[in-house]
Design a protein around this ligand. Structure first.
Ligand code: NAD
Ligand code: ZN
Length: 255
């Protein structure tokens, strides 16, 4: 018997409202590396040149080509068993929402319905003039930065670049979930990016139990984690789903 998994399953059974808080680690097994490691994307494309709003406004064509390639790379990656396990937990009432820092839209692709994208989505576009948004049409991406279908203004990937604020709606919704939940399942986040990292602490102060899935310990583990599921999330989360009697979570991908 896998005691941490059984303990985590018991928390989910008892909890009336559980949310997941996910980060780059959940998508590593989908083939999307994290950004910060020595071989991560920022080592080749420094964020100050490719991921700030000022860099985009100064040279939209150069920065656009970077984000277009990233969207193409993301589109070639599918959800992994960890994403599917979270979708299965939601479908069976064990999870109310996923608050993610990821911009790859893989939770939705796995079938998760209530997904709060803290840092936006690299698969959508946002108009800098009129704030219209639209899905990125992968067939129609050109070398030039996209123009708005409503006002012809310059569009950008609908992600939170350095120097931009977290969308108010995402902040409001995640704070509400942080207040309302009585358990948090943290998956693959290093707890270094604020304000996203605050959410589990807020929930813990309100009495929530904390389950954490990661390949290594983090500052959450040292402070607030009640049950630590050590290992790749693509293995530990399906085990958690199975302990709750849910089978073959990946069979239920989004239609
Ligand atoms: P991070 O890179 O700071 O931390 C990743 C965490 O995942 C680490 O603690 C690592 O130990 C853990 N991890 C790695 N592989 C794992 C696995 N297989 N299973 C479980 N855990 C694993 O990531 P962060 O905390 O999310 O912060 C990174 C920022 O960069 C975020 O703001 C995010 O928006 C952005 N980002 C997004 C993506 C994406 O959309 N997929 C990818 C990279 C970075
Ligand atoms: Zn517009």
């Amino acid at each position: 018997m896998d005691i941490p998994v059984e303990n985590a399953a018991a928390i989910l059974r008892e909890s009336g409202c559980t949310i997941a808080v996910t980060g780059a680690g959940i998508s590593v097994e989908s083939g999307i590396p994290d950004f910060r490691s020595p071989t991560g994307i920022w080592s080749k494309y420094p964020p100050e040149h490719y991921a700030t709003i000022d860099a985009y406004l100064a040279n939209p064509a150069k920065v656009w080509r970077f984000w277009r390639q990233l969207a193409i790379d993301f589109a070639a990656c599918g959800p992994n068993p960890a994403h599917f396990a979270l979708a299965a937990l939601e479908r069976h009432g064990y999870l109310k929402a996923v608050v993610t820092q990821n911009i790859d839209a893989l939770h939705q692709a796995a079938g998760s319905k209530t997904v709060i994208e803290y840092h936006g989505s690299a698969r959508k576009l946002f108009c800098l003039d009129c704030s219209a948004t639209c899905p990125m049409d992968m067939q129609a991406l050109s070398d030039s930065p996209p123009r708005c279908h409503v006002c012809n203004g310059l569009m950008k990937p609908d992600i939170v670049m350095f120097g931009e604020l977290i969308p108010q709606e995402a902040l409001r919704a995640s704070a509400e979930w942080g207040d309302a939940c009585d358990a948090v399942l943290i998956v693959g986040t290093s707890a270094q990016v604020y304000p996203a990292a605050d959410l589990p602490y807020l929930a813990k102060r309100n009495g929530a139990r904390i389950i954490e899935a990661n390949i290594e310990r983090t500052s959450f583990t040292e402070t607030i984690t009640d049950v630590f599921l050590k290992g790749p999330a693509g293995q530990t989360l399906p085990r958690l789903a199975q302990a709750l009697g849910l089978e073959a979570p990946e069979a239920h991908a989004a239609e």
